[in-house]
Design a protein around this ligand. Sequence first.
Ligand SMILES: *[C@@H]1O[C@H](CO)[C@@H](O)[C@H](O)[C@H]1NC(C)=O
Length: 257
Amino acid sequence: MKCVLVACALLATVGTIVATEPTTTTDLEVAARNDKLSQAVIDFLENIKQSMPCGIPDLGIPVLAPFELDHLEFDVDEKGLSFKGELNKVVVDGLNEFEIRKVEIKALKLQLDFAFFFDSIRSAGKYAAKGKALGFIPFKRSGPFKFNVNGLAVNGTVKVQLKGDKVQIRDLRIVTTIKSVKSDFKKLLPSRLQTIIVNKIIESAVPRIINDNQEAITDKIENSVKPAINELLGELTLQDLIDATSGEGGSSLPVTC
Ligand SMILES: *[C@@H]1O[C@H](CO)[C@@H](O)[C@H](O)[C@H]1NC(C)=O
């Protein structure tokens, strides 16, 4: 996902070049140029999709399909349930199976609007959780898990700015919604039936939690992803980005493996 965002950011920069040209143009010309840029972004994203199984070493992007995550720690602190969790040896499939529903560049505003749709993202690995249920019942569980997210829509807007010859993201607003999740954490509770019930509870809670907390999630994505992308962009000049996105110079997409 982050990779896709980077791609958007890179391509939005093409818009910045056009936008800084001092010309007088008609609305029609502006629209035509925006369409052309939007199509270039779509082509670039289609290439990124094909490159995801290989990674893009030139842009420092690892293999993303499947995406492998060795270790991840997280804390959950909800009403009645608090625990420290970890995921190990996670494999995520389907990140390259997104449909590009919308890419629209508004070059003069240095803005790119997008909508992507993932039919399903499938993950599997091992989990461990240690904490308290209902505030006082201690538990410690671990086992294998599978977790699928179905119907993930990622819609958003990126706005960029130029600082000297460096490109930075100014705003990044992303709205994510999901249709459903399929949860299969093994050995969550001592009995099989209890484990099935807890997985069902997770399946009903997760889409609601995500869809009901849009604002907070949007803020969180902006606060965590924007600095990461800007740091990545910080080392690149505008020319590097044009080369990367136009397939000229050092980096040519798609990368095959
Ligand atoms: C996301 O964008 C698509 C395509 O423009 C649209 O059909 C869908 O309703 C949008 N979803 C949200 C949550 O805004």
